[in-house]
Design a protein around this ligand. Structure first.
Ligand SMILES: Nc1ncnc2c1ncn2[C@@H]1O[C@H](COP(=O)(O)OP(=O)(O)O)[C@@H](O)[C@H]1O
Ligand SMILES: [Mg+2]
Length: 445
């Protein structure tokens, strides 16, 4: 399965550098991808639907090392090619979908920092998107012989029907005013507001004259607004990639978990009913995050009933019509193909420049198998890393025998962070003792 497509030096370097550092590449994934054909096809359909103003939601569920992050990045690359805007972030203890301690606003801010589109795939695309909205309105205004501010106002009208849309539109108008009058401070304040960098309403009011900010309780509403806004700016829609959802499962407080799951339910309901125009959501999580009925998504009844899987689709049969896409671990055969792909990418697609013969791939796999057993293909990060290190040494030391290197090569088993004990007992105690996030929310009301 050696591919014949040329490999751009940029892609090759991005792939090799990321994988050697133990992280999943953000570009060029298609050059090393193994399997996942059906899953990708389904996602291509979703991306098309999004680009047409539809919506989609998928849960990418797989064990540690099965390739969730890889798959999310792959779909993200495809979406960028199809002129969608993408935002991505990992959930962490400090970044959640809902909270009252600033953790949801922090997630939103991270998403906005990572905003990307085709010509800015590395993030930081938000100012350019806003600028593009403004300049296309100016262009339109010139053609029609009307005031740009009138066109801007008219285009932003459709935002006002959404929750929070009035202020969102006001902020974009501020950006435009700053643009028009050379007031850079006003422009940068508008961008800061859109990035959720205002912490208080007072500050936002002083800077921009609006009453609200992007805060913990309105993250999802603002994602919907942003999805509509990127369409007004000329993009197909917004793909929101959220990885490491296991962090919600790990939260000690049952109530805080539930308020996060409630946001996921809102996403699911809106997307299934098609009311989140141009918004797509991809959630990456482990099986226990989904199915654990005590703390996972299935502990929230409305989610369990919507996400419950097709009982006929097991034992290798798949059903990709529902929102859950299960990724199985890679197999030894996949691993072999992956090593072939890596060798190919390393050689920039030139078979003449292969650094090792096929038999070295087999020997490498056997060596890893002896050292760490089936973890070498089930959680392949280290295997991949070591293989690329091996190629790097061979490249820089011509005349070195791969078999000699292999004998001395060590490969470590990977530590699965999800196996650490959960704060089980803290849960009930915390619920009883401290006023929870949500209580504070209701105090404020
Ligand atoms: N379909 C695939 N094709 C090629 N490499 C893959 C694929 N899926 C995963 N990998 C590689 O396997 C390793 C683990 O994948 P990762 O996405 O980090 O797993 P997870 O997020 O599920 O823990 C990474 O090095 C990744 O590049
Ligand atoms: Mg991952």
């Amino acid at each position: 399965m050696t591919e014949t497509r040329p490999i751009r030096a940029k892609d090759r370097d991005a792939i090799v550098q990321s994988l050697r550092a133990g992280v999943v590449p953000r570009r060029g994934q298609q050059h090393i991808q193994v399997g996942r054909q059906k899953e990708l096809e389904v996602m291509l359909g979703d991306v098309e639907r999004l680009a047409d103003g539809g919506s989609s939601v998928r849960f990418i569920v797989g064990a540690f090392g099965s390739g969730k992050t890889f798959f999310l990045n792959l779909v993200r690359s495809v979406a960028l090619e199809r002129r969608l805007v993408a935002v991505h972030a990992d959930l962490t203890p400090d970044r959640r979908l809902f909270s009252t301690g600033g953790h949801a606003r922090a997630l939103y801010a991270e998403l906005m920092r990572n905003m990307s589109h085709r010509s800015k795939p590395e993030g930081g695309a938000l100012p350019g998107v806003v600028e593009r909205f403004a300049s296309s309105a100016v262009h339109d205004a010139r053609e029609r012989g009307v005031e740009p501010s009138a066109v801007i106002h008219e285009r932003l009208q459709s935002l006002s029907e959404l929750v929070g849309g009035y202020d969102f539109a006001q902020v974009v108008e501020c950006y435009w005013r700053g643009h028009d009058t050379g007031d850079e401070a006003l422009q940068s304040n508008a961008i800061r507001w859109l990035r959720a960098e205002f912490a208080t309403r007072t500050d936002a009011r002083k800077a921009l004259g609006v009453r609200t900010i992007v805060d913990d309780a309105t993250v999802y509403d603002h994602l919907k607004l942003m999805a509509r806004f990127v369409r007004l700016a000329g993009y197909g829609g917004l793909l929101v990639c959220l990885d490491e959802l296991v962090n919600l499962y790990k939260m000690a407080s049952g109530r805080a978990r539930n308020s996060n799951y409630e946001q996921i339910l809102r996403v699911l309901n809106d997307c299934l009913q098609g009311t989140a125009e141009g918004a797509g959501f991809l959630f990456g999580g482990t099986p226990e995050f989904l199915t654990d009925t005590r703390r996972g998504l299935f502990s929230y009844e409305a989610l369990q009933s919507r996400l419950g899987e097709n009982a006929f689709a097991d034992g290798g049969r798949v059903d990709l019509s529902g929102p859950v896409i299960r990724l199985s671990n890679l197999t030894p055969e996949d691993m072999y193909v992956l090593l072939m792909n890596l060798r190919h990418v390393y050689a920039e697609g030139d078979t003449e420049k292969y650094l090792v013969p096929d038999e070295a791939l087999k020997a490498f796999m056997e060596h890893c198998d002896r050292r760490i057993g089936d973890a070498y293909f089930r959680t392949p990060r280290n295997t991949v890393k070591e293989f690329l290190h091996l190629l790097a040494v061979l490249e820089q030391n011509p005349g070195t025998e791969w078999s000699n290197l292999l004998q001395n090569m060590d490969v470590a088993d990977e530590h699965n962070p999800d196996l650490e004990p959960l704060p089980e007992d803290a849960e009930e105690a915390e619920d009883a003792r401290e006023p929870d996030d949500d209580d504070l929310a209701s105090f404020r009301l």
